[in-house]
Design a protein around this ligand. Structure first.
Ligand code: SF4
Length: 456
């Protein structure tokens, strides 16, 4: 997975890059205003982070407690070690009931597990019912963002897709008209579904219940109509008590979209009469991440996408450049654990500016983890030979003040005489789009010695 090469394809369309950047920055600003409206915001972040750290430190106990309480309420709990097991469990539930039509609300976990393709290959029709997810599904694409799956598309492109797939008039790109067309199309799917699958935002160990947050009500419609409800959740989605929930719900929507709360927050604590409710608890690499001293904190993540919206690299390179289900800073710390060799480039898809860490509602130290992954990648010998050599030389020079001073003196002298096209070439892709400032005659250290030494 070469993030830089994939990003190059996205930025080749300068207009798309510009509005993609602007759209996500608008969401980031809404998040800032929403956070600023809550006086105790920082205290909530501290509390949420502490609750998650506590839960993860006793995850085994809380999972068993959740299973016990859920089972007592008539929920059937399943355990899946990996994606394959998860998919087989879901298919087994559907097959046992002869279910051929599944409506699915947004669930990045099922994307991670490749559930759609698995079920379709076994004769089950899967309809994603979140509008953004349905759009990308109709285009045969994965989501490019975990909260706004079709953020990379213009309304004209969505209009063209709907014209081809749903028969809307050619050239129709009015968002209201397209939404009505999607609603009519999805209503039919809801009515004839044999089963509904949802993600899980939070599961409560104390009560054995689950909580699903959406803005479109699609999860509720699906689960209210279908005789079977399957809820797929990563094992890190637990909170210990019902009383903890309010803290996370106040943080989640504000961090995600700047809303005070999601439009629908549904609490499911038992199957309704005549319905089956299944919860599939999925590990798929989470236990391994929990065992990594430097990276376990990434499991605190509540998938709000605030770090993604603020990331200057994500905003300008698009979600597909990451080649992983979860893009952006949180994707770049979760994914290398799954396959270090394949995703070795992702920890470098960051400026390490720390903006992601600053907005994270549960205080995942994303930039520190990205930096730590870089070292893991280097130790594993996965840096390109040129980068590895350069880093070693740079490290050696930075460790010797005299060598650094000498290099600075030589560089300043050279930069004044070497033509710009040569320095552009030497600084690679970074230098091609930047103008180097004129090299100063002296270093800061020299200037300080001459002008300020002994002051203060
Ligand atoms: S790491 Fe933090 S900011 Fe990023 S998606 Fe997770 S909770 Fe949100």
């Amino acid at each position: 997975m070469d993030h830089a090469a994939a990003a190059e394809r996205f930025v080749a369309d300068a207009a798309r890059t510009t509005w993609h950047d602007a759209s996500l920055w608008m969401v980031r600003e809404k998040r800032d205003r929403a956070a600023a409206s809550v006086a105790e915001w920082e205290a909530l972040r501290d509390l949420a982070s502490a609750i998650k750290a506590h839960t993860l430190s006793r995850l085994d106990e809380y999972l068993v407690l959740f299973e016990r309480r859920a089972t007592a309420r008539g929920i059937r709990v399943h355990w899946a070690r990996d994606a394959e097991e998860h998919n087989a469990i879901v298919h087994g539930i559907l097959a046992a009931r002869g279910a051929r039509h599944l409506v699915k609300s947004k669930s990045m976990l099922t994307e991670e597990c490749g559930l759609n393709g698995y079920l379709v290959a076994r004769g089950v029709e899967v309809t994603d019912t979140d509008l953004g997810e349905r759009i990308v599904q109709l285009r045969g694409e994965p989501p490019s963002h975990i909260v706004m799956p079709a953020i990379h598309l213009k309304k004209e492109e969505i209009g063209a897709t709907f014209h081809e797939q749903l028969g809307t008039p050619a050239g129709e790109s009015d968002p209201d008209a397209l939404t009505v067309a999607a609603r009519v199309h999805l209503r039919e799917r809801f009515l004839f579904a044999d089963a509904a699958l949802t993600g899980v935002n939070f599961a409560i160990a104390e009560t054995g219940g689950i909580v699903v947050c959406t803005n479109e009500g699609n999860a509720d419609l699906g689960t209210a109509l279908a005789p079977v409800h399957i809820a797929s959740m990563g094992i890190e989605k637990l909170v210990p008590r019902a009383a903890d929930l309010g803290i996370f719900l106040r943080l989640l929507a504000r961090s995600a979209t700047g809303q005070a709360s999601t439009v629908y927050t549904s609490h499911m604590h038992a199957p309704r009469d005549g319905q089956e409710l299944h919860v599939v608890l999925v590990d798929n690499g989470r236990s391994a991440q929990l065992g990594r001293a430097e990276f376990w904190g990434s499991l605190k993540c509540i998938r709000c996408a605030a770090c993604i919206n603020t990331c200057p690299v994500y905003r300008r390179s698009g979600g597909y450049s990451y080649g992983s289900t979860v893009p952006g800073p949180i994707g770049a710390v979760l994914t290398p654990g799954a396959d270090l060799r394949q995703y070795a480039a992702l920890p470098f898809a960051s400026t390490l500016c720390g903006s992601c860490t600053a907005v994270c509602p549960v205080k995942v130290d994303l930039d520190a983890q990205l930096y730590a992954w870089r070292q893991v990648v280097a130790r594993a010998g996965l840096l390109s030979p040129a980068r590895g050599w350069f880093m070693r030389q740079l490290g050696a020079m930075l460790a010797r003040p005299r060598a650094l001073q000498l290099a600075g003196r030589i560089s300043r002298a050279l930069l004044r005489v070497v033509p710009r096209h040569v320095t552009r070439h030497l600084t690679g892709a970074w230098g091609r789009t930047r103008v180097l400032p004129e090299a100063p005659r002296e270093s800061f250290r020299e200037w300080y010695r001459a002008n300020r030494r002994g002051e203060g």
